[in-house]
Design a protein around this ligand. Structure first.
Ligand SMILES: Cc1cc2nc3c(=O)[nH]c(=O)nc-3n(C[C@H](O)[C@H](O)[C@H](O)COP(=O)(O)OP(=O)(O)OC[C@H]3O[C@@H](n4cnc5c(N)ncnc54)[C@H](O)[C@@H]3O)c2cc1C
Length: 270
């Protein structure tokens, strides 16, 4: 319909009103994916990134090798670069930060330029397609006016705070919503409390011990089996396996982060 939604509110007899720039719609159910405003909130962590598809003049890239987290010096959080090859000449170069303040595009562009100069000195290339994003690394407690107005996507806490991934939750939650609609059940999406808890501890750790994060990721990726890492990241891991993975990580700092969160009552959503 290509309309800009201004607001959504409860109307009489279980009917909701959706007001756009030039129309008013009525519906029993509303699925609201409008982003909420977080950027004025202090001390919250964001994953922000900028990637450029680079096409080299010569075949310089090992197309069978990805560079996942090439850590860079950064004092206010974490900064790393990815290289995701498509062919021997073409790859996506992406600069990613976990920090409290998103940066100006010119800084991300400079990161990629410098990185290319370091890794592929004196080589000619063209910049093609770009992608960028800012993803919250925290969960929120977004209240909706009634139970039939359902926040979905980022507003519905479908994005994993630790990874920024939401597609998997989107598939699972969309199926759950459809099933419940068909069975005329209450449209409440159950969140995985265990995963949310771990994500919060991880994000607290990143925000407070970013200097140590390289060790964290090294332990995570090199001391565990690939299939367990994938299960852990997708949240489909058995409790016992999860404990084994946690034992490979910097336990003291993670425990301290957990106690701090509980002490500051930050374990509940903002
Ligand atoms: C470059 C990039 C790569 C990513 N890669 C992955 C990945 O590989 N895997 C993964 O799991 N996640 C990935 N993500 C994250 C994922 O895309 C987001 O988490 C997800 O799209 C969030 O869903 P959402 O519904 O909250 O927001 P969106 O996908 O942005 O959808 C919100 C929709 O609401 C519409 N809208 C907003 N406000 C209004 C309004 N007022 N009126 C009308 N319409 C409105 C928007 O136009 C938009 O269509 C990536 C993100 C980016 C930016």
């Amino acid at each position: 319909m290509n309309q800009n939604i201004k607001f959504v509110l409860s109307h009489k007899e279980g009917i909701n009103l959706i007001k756009s720039d030039n129309s008013v719609f009525k519906s029993k159910f509303v699925f609201d994916s409008r982003p909420k405003k977080y950027l004025n909130k202090k001390n919250l962590l964001f994953q922000h990134f900028y990637g450029t598809e680079i096409l080299f003049q010569k075949p310089l890239i090992d197309k069978n090798k990805v560079t996942l987290m090439d850590f860079q010096k950064f004092n206010n959080g974490i900064h790393f670069l990815y290289i995701l090859p498509f062919s021997s000449r073409k790859a996506l170069f992406e600069t990613t930060y976990f920090s409290k303040e998103p940066l100006n595009d010119s800084i991300y562009k400079l990161d990629i330029k410098k990185y290319l100069k370091k890794k592929f000195p004196n080589q000619k290339y063209k910049s093609k397609f770009i992608e960028k994003g800012i993803i919250p690394m925290f969960y929120t407690n977004q209240k909706s006016p009634n139970k039939n107005i359902i926040n979905i996507g980022t507003s519905g806490n479908w994005v994993r705070a630790s990874t920024g991934y939401s597609f998997q939750n989107s598939f699972i939650n969309s199926k759950e919503i459809t099933d419940k609609l068909l069975k005329k059940k209450k449209l409440k999406i159950e969140t995985n409390k265990k995963i949310k808890f771990l994500d919060k501890v991880f994000c607290y750790y990143i925000a407070n011990y970013s200097f140590d994060s390289k060790n964290f990721f090294k332990s995570f990726f090199f001391k565990n089996e690939f299939k367990d890492i994938v299960s852990f990241l997708t949240g489909e891991i058995k409790f016992f396996k999860m404990v084994l993975i946690i034992l490979t990580l910097p336990k003291k700092k993670l425990l301290f982060s957990m106690f701090k969160l509980i002490k500051n009552n930050q374990i509940n959503d903002k």
